[in-house]
Design a protein around this ligand. Structure first.
Ligand code: NDP
Length: 471
């Protein structure tokens, strides 16, 4: 399978060298993509720039109609998109289908909600004046997406952009570009040429996009170090940025929690997408009264699940890429060497494929790297606490601040504690629930700005004040 790039409503890129795309379950090459050059990238940005005036002039209802058509087309192409996600990302087919349905629910929401980007009329101090506050599209939006949710994050970045009148250039991760390329083709069946462009290549292409003077906003999901580089490179023309970066989310489980009810929910949210989720639960602090029961319950679930090639009947697929697999393996080795107690897993089977078993680790010290750093894989450390204030302090002792949660049968008490977690979203008796109507973003080094909800949509607009003096 050889794919080209979609620029200005057409496929281009045959002349460029290609990069292999590998199935993480088999290690086999499943396709090639062009390693775009800066010339290629400039062409795409120019196309987006040219398409902006016409696209931004369309009415809100017209743009909503485009998104509704896209929603229907994604439904029609669901099977093919899901198979591509499984092939290149590794997640089980059922889960890939779930990613598509979930992504589509955001398209539906943006189609409706963006009609409600309202401006304001401000009472003026002088009687001969009228002051209007408008929300204008920013221009060309550059989107750089990671490999963990190849369709969903592309939709998250680009649909609010298009919906509020911007045009787009997207660059997917070189690990999982095929789904996004197919999505770009589908989107281009609907939108005018130049409105939605895609280039593929390695990190150097991303690095060429973010400083470009004709890009007006960057939206990025990925690691904190790369997010920092992007932010620096956006300073040239003072681009707007939305950065959704790493998280090392803590959950605090209070002693009145019903372990049997909570354990499956905690397991699901920690291990979703094989742990390769920004807002997954990654550090579990459990009160000493129920610590052993919780460890036992989670270990029992972990022992009952299967890991294998996502195209078969399995619960979990491989880790998506070799660097990530190496990181998880190393963190597990270090934790073992530190004396932590492994309740399940801990060692990768012989290859091929980047498989790592679901691993539950108890009695682990706070200063272990597995606790300090986001593992982004199927491994969960469980830590014990006696005093709630101490648990809160340990949970907040992190440079990350994406999500957090508190679990308890006393919802009032849990809510109060949750509001003291230093993070962008705090859940009570749940974790990592992200939905189109609720703003989502990080504090500290987990990001800048929010996605979703009215606030997320407004990040794709600039305020323009109109001061009108009556003649
Ligand atoms: P990166 O942040 O390096 O990559 C994410 C995206 O950024 C990819 O599309 C990548 O392109 C692109 N990119 C890389 N370098 C640059 C640059 N200088 N300028 C612009 N774009 C660039 O993440 P990794 O894949 O290396 O994963 C490392 C860690 O990041 C994980 O262990 C995890 O902790 C975190 N992560 C967080 C995610 C989240 O959802 N918040 C998602 C993925 C990772 P290319 O692939 O072509 O190099």
């Amino acid at each position: 399978m050889k794919k080209l790039n979609y620029i200005n409503g057409d496929w281009v890129g045959e002349e460029f060298e290609s990069i292999d795309v590998v199935n993480p379950a088999t290690g086999k090459v499943i396709g090639q993509i062009p390693n775009a050059t800066s010339e290629h990238t400039n062409l795409a940005i120019e196309a987006a720039h040219k398409a902006f005036p016409e696209w931004s002039k369309k009415t809100s209802l017209e743009r909503a109609a485009y998104l509704k058509k896209l929603h229907a087309l994604i439904v029609l192409n669901k099977e093919e998109l899901a198979r591509t996600i499984t092939l290149e990302m590794g997640k089980p087919l059922q889960e890939a289908k779930g990613e598509i349905d979930y992504a589509n629910s955001f398209i539906e929401w943006f189609a409706e909600e963006s009609k409600r980007i309202y401006g304001e009329t401000i009472p003026a101090s002088a009687t001969d004046k009228r002051i209007l506050v408008l929300k204008q599209p920013v221009g060309v939006v550059g989107a750089i997406t990671p490999w963990n949710f190849p369709l969903m994050i592309a939709i998250w970045h680009t649909m609010p952009a298009l919906r509020s009148g911007n045009t787009v250039l997207i660059k997917p991760s070189e690990f999982t570009p095929l789904t996004t390329l197919r999505a770009a083709e589908i989107i281009n069946e609907i939108v005018p040429a130049g409105v939605f462009n895609i280039v593929t290549g390695d990190g150097s292409i991303g690095a060429a996009i973010s400083p470009h003077p004709d890009i007006n906003k960057m939206v990025f999901t990925g690691s904190t170090p790369t997010g920092k580089k992007i932010m620096q490179s956006c300073s040239g023309n003072l681009k707007r940025v939305t950065l959704e970066l790493g998280g090392n989310d803590a959950a605090i489980v209070l002693p009145d929690t019903n372990v049997q009810e909570a354990a499956p929910k905690i397991f699901a949210t920690a291990l979703m997408n094989n742990g390769q989720t920004c807002a997954a639960l990654k550090r579990l602090y459990v009160h000493e009264d129920i610590y052993d029961d919780m460890c036992q319950a989670l270990a029992a679930i972990a022992s009952s699940v299967t890991t294998g090639d996502g195209s078969g009947e399995v619960d979990f697929g491989p880790i998506q890429n070799k660097p990530q697999f190496d990181k998880v393996t190393k963190l597990a080795e270090e934790a073992k060497a530190s004396g932590a107690r492994f309740l399940t897993g801990g060692e990768a089977p012989a290859g091929p494929g980047y498989f790592f078993p679901v691993t539950i680790v108890a009695d682990i010290a706070d200063d272990t790297r597995l606790v300090q750093e986001e593992p982004f894989g199927p491994i969960l450390p469980i830590l014990k606490f006696t005093d709630v204030e101490d648990a809160l302090q340990r949970a907040n002792d992190s440079n990350n601040g994406l999500g957090g949660s508190v679990w308890s049968s006393d919802v009032e008490r849990a809510t109060q504690l949750a509001s003291r977690l230093e993070c962008g979203t705090a859940w009570v008796n749940a974790h990592a629930m992200i939905q189109p109507d609720a703003p989502f973003g990080g504090v500290k080094e987990s990001g800048i700005g929010v996605e979703f909800g009215r606030y997320g949509l407004e990040e794709y607009t600039s305020i323009q004040t109109l001061q009108i003096t009556k003649g």
